[in-house]
Design a protein around this ligand. Structure first.
Ligand SMILES: [Fe+2]
Length: 348
């Protein structure tokens, strides 16, 4: 474990790049998808929901040969299911870069040396150790003004066992809170900071190319495509809740961590094989790579991501999963006939 302590090396370090500026990304490709996704799903030999709340595996589909219509439908499937899995992919690194660029401007983690991808390696250590926050649940660099949206990790090599990644749905985490607690969360903002990650990186011999930042993001966010509400929680990078006193903030964050750690029913654990891919929506999913117990030199992957919109909360035009289901059920009526269609459909 590398210490997040302010050492003389950290104080003497000057990152080479200026801070990023907020921008409005191009319209999310999921908006262009046919809601039925026939083009993509008809290509698959099997479509398996890995768990009820999160994760779909598409079998018999090669990411290297998707049409633009299929890419758009894949974006929508990811936005709806949180993460979509594939195995035995033949996609090359260059093709992976190209696929990422289809979905937006390629994102660059402050610690990412290659401008187009991060090389993900094995992790040793004990997830319970003090300060072992790199193995803690997180969404990738959420402290940015435009945190990543569509994120693809492809494993090049994997150990026979160990190094699994766990994904949890933040949409379902929000949905399983009581209505009173949901209301409380909707008025709050969390300060996401890269400071500890920056310091640890330098102390570990890294050279982050941007200075650390701290950004206030809404604790509950609206997905721009599905218009579902989800938690925007991140135990790795959130320092405090902006509107609360210190003790209140501390206890609220401790509760949210307990809520997340209890969420086995809202979670999928993915066992990697060489050539396997997880393609997730970093806006609505937290993940953790389970460290230890295997030869770390046997795990290597390539991660690409694109910048998403600045997280926002739109109380007028978003709803929880439960409210969505109830509304659609009502609109369909007892005979399954749609009596009324509103502007917010399941797949808009
Ligand atoms: Fe990550």
């Amino acid at each position: 474990m590398v210490s997040p302590t302010l050492t003389p090396t950290v104080l003497a370090y000057t990152p080479p790049d200026p801070p990023l500026k907020e921008f409005t990304p191009a319209r999310d490709r999921a908006f262009f998808a046919d809601p039925k996704k026939n083009s993509l799903l008809s290509q698959a030999s099997a479509v398996e929901e890995v768990t009820p709340h999160i994760g779909t595996e598409l079998k018999g589909v090669q990411l290297s040969s998707l049409t633009d219509a299929q890419k758009d439908e894949l974006a929508l499937l990811i936005a709806e299911r949180g993460v979509v899995f594939f195995r035995d992919q033949d996609i090359t690194l260059d093709q992976q870069h190209e696929l990422a660029s289809y979905y937006g401007i390629q994102d660059r983690d402050p610690n990412q040396q290659d401008p187009k991808h991060v090389t993900i390696i094995g992790r040793d250590g004990n997830v319970r150790a003090y300060g072992q926050y790199s193995a803690e649940y997180h969404s990738d660099h959420s402290y940015e003004l435009n945190p990543p949206s569509y994120t693809l990790l492809r494993m090049v090599k994997t150990p026979p066992s160990g190094g699994d990644t766990i994904f949890t749905s933040q949409t379902a985490l929000y949905d399983t809170l009581s209505p009173t607690f949901q209301k409380l969360g909707e008025g709050l903002h969390a300060i996401h900071s890269s400071e500890r990650s920056y310091i640890s990186s330098i102390n570990g011999g890294g050279a982050p190319h941007r200075a650390p930042i701290a950004t206030a993001h809404p604790l509950v966010r609206t997905h721009p495509v599905t218009r579902l509400k989800s938690l925007n929680y991140n135990p790795s990078f959130i320092e405090r809740i902006e509107e609360l006193n210190r003790q209140e903030s501390h206890h609220l964050l401790a509760f949210l961590r307990e809520h997340l750690l209890n969420a086995s029913d809202l979670t999928v654990r993915w066992k990697w094989t060489p050539g396997a891919v997880a393609f997730w929506d970093n806006r609505i999913v937290v993940h953790r790579a389970v460290p230890g117990g295997y030869d770390v030199s046997l795990r290597e992957g390539k991660r690409t991501a694109v910048y998403g919109e600045r997280p926002f909360f739109d109380p007028e035009n978003s709803e929880s999963l439960t409210k969505r289901k109830e509304r659609l059920q009502k609109e369909r009526g007892v005979n399954g006939i749609v009596h009324k269609t509103k502007d917010v459909a399941l797949n808009n």
